[in-house]
Ligand binder design. Structure first.
Ligand code: ASP
Length: 330
C-alpha cells in the first residue's frame, strides 16, 4: 500500500514537471519602450521583437508597450517594479545612464534594480532643422541660431532622453545660452512630426529616426555627432561631424540595451541572452538597422556583464559633462 502511494506521488510529481510551462510558452513577452511609438527606441524594439520571435521559434511572441514620459523614466520605473518572471522587459537607451545624472529623485536605480540581458546597438545622432529654415550648411545654421537667439526652440524627448542630452551638450558647446527654448515630447516620433510641420525649429536625434526624413527632404540635416565622418553611409556621408565644425572632442553615440526586473530567474536570463545573441545575427535585422546608420554590437559588447560595466562607465562619463552643461537643463 505504502509503495503504491509513493509511486502515485512520484507519477504526479513527474506529470507536474512535464506540464511545467516552458518559458515563454504561449504567453506574450512585453517589451516596454519608454518612448512614443514610431521613434528610434520603438523601432529597435519592433525590429528586435521580430528577430527574437524567429530565433526563439515555437509560440514565442513579443509585444510592444509604449510607456512614454519624463525622458524614459516612467517606462523604466514600470519595468523595475514589474514581476521578475521574464514577461516584462525594458528596451532602453543611454537614458539608463543619463537619468541617474539628470534627475535629483529617481524611483529606481539603473545599476541595481535590473538584470542586464545585453547591449543591442549603437546609433549616431544627427542635428536637424525644420524644412523652412533658411540655412543649408552647418555654418549658416549656427549663424542663424545666434542671430535669432531667444526666438527658436529645440525639441526633445524629455529630461534625460538622448535628444535632450545631445541638445544640452551641443548648446553648451555653442556657448549660446538662451538661444533656444526646449520643448519636451513623449518621444522623438511626435517631436519629428512637429519639426516636419514647422512647429519646432531644431532637434538632435538618432539616425534611425532621421535618415528617412532627411532623404525625403522633410527636414534639413546639418551635422552628425560621430567622431569621424560616416563615410560608409550612402546619405549621412554628406554631412560634417561637429568636430569638423570646430567642436573639438564632441562625440555622442546612443546605445540601446535589453533589461529585466531584478530577480528574474537566471535560466530565463540565459535564454533571453542567447536569443538576443542570435537575433543580432539575423540578416534582416542587421539590414534594417544598418541601413538607418546603426551599428549592431558583437557578442563581447552584448555580454550582460560587459554591458553593465559599460553603463556604469557611461554614468561616470556623463556626470561631469552634464553638470558643466547644467544651465541648459530645463
Ligand atoms: N530618440 C528619443 C530620445 O531622444 C527617444 C525615442 O523616441 O525613441 O531619447
Amino acid at each position: 500500500m505504502k509503495k503504491l502511494v509513493v509511486l502515485a506521488l512520484a507519477a504526479a510529481a513527474s506529470l507536474a514537471h512535464a506540464q511545467a510551462p516552458a518559458y515563454p510558452g504561449s504567453k506574450p513577452v512585453t517589451f516596454v519602450v519608454p518612448f512614443a511609438a514610431g521613434g528610434p527606441t520603438d523601432r529597435v524594439a519592433r525590429d528586435l521583437a521580430e528577430a527574437m520571435r524567429k530565433v526563439m521559434g515555437g509560440q514565442a511572441n513579443f509585444v510592444i508597450e509604449n510607456v512614454n514620459g519624463a525622458g524614459g523614466t516612467i517606462g523604466a520605473a514600470k519595468v523595475a517594479k514589474s514581476a521578475p518572471d521574464g514577461y516584462t522587459l525594458l528596451i532602453h537607451h543611454i537614458g539608463m545612464a543619463a537619468a541617474p545624472v539628470l534627475y535629483r529623485k529617481l524611483s529606481y536605480k539603473s545599476l541595481e534594480d535590473f538584470e542586464y540581458l545585453g547591449m543591442i546597438n549603437e546609433v549616431p545622432m544627427t542635428l536637424i532643422g525644420k524644412p523652412q529654415l533658411p540655412a543649408n550648411t552647418y555654418r549658416d545654421f549656427e549663424n542663424y541660431i545666434r542671430a535669432n537667439a531667444g526666438k527658436l526652440n529645440i525639441a526633445h524627448a524629455g529630461l534625460g532622453s538622448a535628444s535632450h542630452l545631445c541638445g544640452l551638450l551641443w548648446q553648451s558647446r555653442l556657448n549660446a545660452s538662451d538661444a533656444m527654448v526646449t520643448i519636451p515630447f513623449g518621444g522623438t516620433a511626435p517631436a519629428m512630426n512637429a519639426l516636419v510641420g514647422g512647429q519646432v525649429d531644431v532637434m538632435c536625434d538618432q539616425t534611425t529616426n532621421t535618415t528617412a526624413q532627411i532623404e525625403a527632404g522633410r527636414v534639413k540635416a546639418f551635422a552628425v555627432t560621430t567622431a569621424r565622418p560616416m563615410s560608409n553611409h550612402k546619405l549621412l556621408k554628406d554631412y560634417p561631424t561637429l568636430q569638423e565644425m570646430g567642436m573639438k572632442g564632441f562625440e555622442l553615440t546612443i546605445w540601446h540595451g535589453m533589461y529585466a526586473p531584478k530577480g528574474t530567474p537566471a535560466a530565463i536570463q540565459a535564454q533571453l541572452n542567447e536569443a538576443l545573441k542570435k537575433a543580432l545575427k539575423d540578416p534582416e535585422f542587421i539590414k534594417k538597422q544598418e541601413g538607418l546608420g546603426a551599428i549592431i554590437v558583437n557578442d563581447k559588447r552584448l555580454d550582460p556583464a560587459n554591458h553593465k560595466a559599460f553603463v556604469a562607465s557611461e554614468i561616470a562619463k556623463l556626470k561631469p559633462v552634464v553638470e558643466a552643461a547644467g544651465k541648459f537643463a530645463d
